[in-house]
Design a protein around this ligand. Structure first.
Ligand code: B16
Ligand code: MG
Length: 217
């Protein structure tokens, strides 16, 4: 019986946080808000709308809904200009090897991301074909740490939650996986992601023995 392997996108498969940062910075600077790399960490795994509210909060800026809607569109148009230029070499180290191993061993693979731009990004870096299901920011109403995105992914794959494994780089994402009663695997700083069941700095640290253990669980 196959297991469901569910991948977050930004910070797990690709590093799009740097493009989100550049695009948000333009909006922030125009509003006179100082927006640093440290601030950008607050936006990881957070929805687009919530990200704007966090940035406005940093500068104590109040804005009308009309202005906010305009900035959200501008930010995304700018972000998409970076995305169109993404190449296959922007896939994070070890990811393709893990996807290929799971595919070769008959496992089910899904994406569980807050991004509304997930499909074009997966296509640009050449891994779209690995995915049996994609659940992204267009499909869910409750953001992580709510488990909705991962529960939906497992459901689409036809695999029970307790036979599902989640790879995540954001604290809220690990909490969502735990709330869904899935195996949570933190990718990134183990201290930050201390609620995860397993921790790795990146996919180069995940060997086939470990993957096989998950498959056999
Ligand atoms: P978009 P993930 C998240 O992706 C990003 O980490 C977060 O910074 C971003 O605001 C969010 O996607 C929405 O992205 O503007 O493309 O819809 O980590 O959940 O894959
Ligand atoms: Mg992420």
């Amino acid at each position: 019986n196959p297991k469901a392997f569910i991948f977050d996108l930004d910070g797990v498969i690709v590093d799009t946080a740097k493009y989100h940062y550049l695009a948000w910075q333009k909006i922030a600077n125009r509003l006179g808000i100082d927006f640093t790399h440290e601030h950008n960490e607050l936006l990881k795994g957070v929805s687009r709308i919530r990200s704007l509210d966090i940035i406005l909060g940093l500068g104590n800026v109040e804005a009308s809904q009309e202005d906010k809607d305009k900035w959200l569109v501008e930010k995304n148009e700018d972000y998409l200009n970076y995305i169109v230029n993404m190449k296959e070499d922007e896939i994070l180290p070890g990811v393709v090897r893990v996807l290929q191993y799971l595919k070769d061993n008959g496992q089910k693979i899904a994406l569980g991301s807050a991004s509304k731009n997930a499909r074009p990004i997966l296509e640009k870096v050449g891994v779209l074909h690995f995915f049996d299901a994609i659940v992204d920011g267009n499909d869910v109403t409750n953001a992580k740490p709510d488990p909705e995105v991962f529960l939906r992914a497992a459901q689409l794959l036809g695999i029970p939650a307790d036979k599902s494994i989640v790879f995540e780089d954001a604290v809220a994402g690990i909490q969502a996986a735990n709330a869904a009663k899935m195996v949570s695997i933190g990718i990134g700083d183990a201290t930050t992601l201390n609620e995860a069941q397993y921790n790795f700095n990146d996919f180069t640290e995940i060997n086939t023995d470990f993957l096989q253990t998950l498959v056999n669980k």
